[in-house]
Unconditional design. Structure first.
Length: 178
């Protein structure tokens, strides 16, 4: 019998000072049985950083031909493809052919090695790469509850997250911006 996903509900008061974007997001997230809390929270943060009309979570790990998050236009074109983790170069290359814009958010404790090994090939691709600090993500994951209200304030390359059970700062580094 297959394991079922764990469902999380977030109500996020989002303030993106970089884009003057302010919204209240109600997100229902399915955590895949093989997904850890850190990866799930990177999906949430990537969603917040890129919040816009038509932004949606996909089936994620359950569907290998889809990104974690995307924006599809009204004529069903992929305007934005967002992957989380350390995807293979071939996957990113394929996504650049399918989508107008591609972003990758890495976060793992091994993402430095992944970046150094693929850097020369990534530089040839029309994709943007960002890296979160592993310790920051662990701090955020420690605050997670199945149902939670939080506020996320984004400024520069950092986000301040406040929840009922605590708060943390997240920062990310731009590895490549296209």
């Amino acid at each position: 019998m297959a394991l079922k996903p764990t469902i999380y509900k977030f109500r996020i008061s989002l303030s993106d000072l970089n884009r003057d974007y302010y919204d209240t997001l109600s997100l229902t997230i399915a955590q895949h049985p093989s997904e850890n809390l850190e990866r799930m929270m990177i999906r949430v943060m990537a969603y917040c950083i890129n919040a816009q009309e038509y932004l949606a979570f996909t089936k994620g790990l359950s569907e290998v031909d889809e990104p974690d998050i995307w924006v599809r236009t009204l004529d069903d074109q992929i305007a934005l493809w967002i992957d989380v983790g350390e995807p293979a170069v071939d996957r990113i290359k394929k996504s650049t052919r399918l989508a107008a814009k591609v972003k990758v958010y890495s976060f793992n404790s091994k993402s430095d090695i992944w970046w150094e090994q693929g850097r020369s090939r990534f530089s040839q691709l029309k994709a943007s790469f960002y890296q979160f600090q592993w310790q920051d993500i662990q701090s955020l994951a420690a605050l997670v509850q199945r149902t939670m209200d939080c506020s996320v304030t984004i400024t520069g390359n950092s986000a301040y997250v406040a929840t009922e059970s605590g708060e943390c700062d997240l920062s990310w580094q731009v590895l490549q911006d296209q």
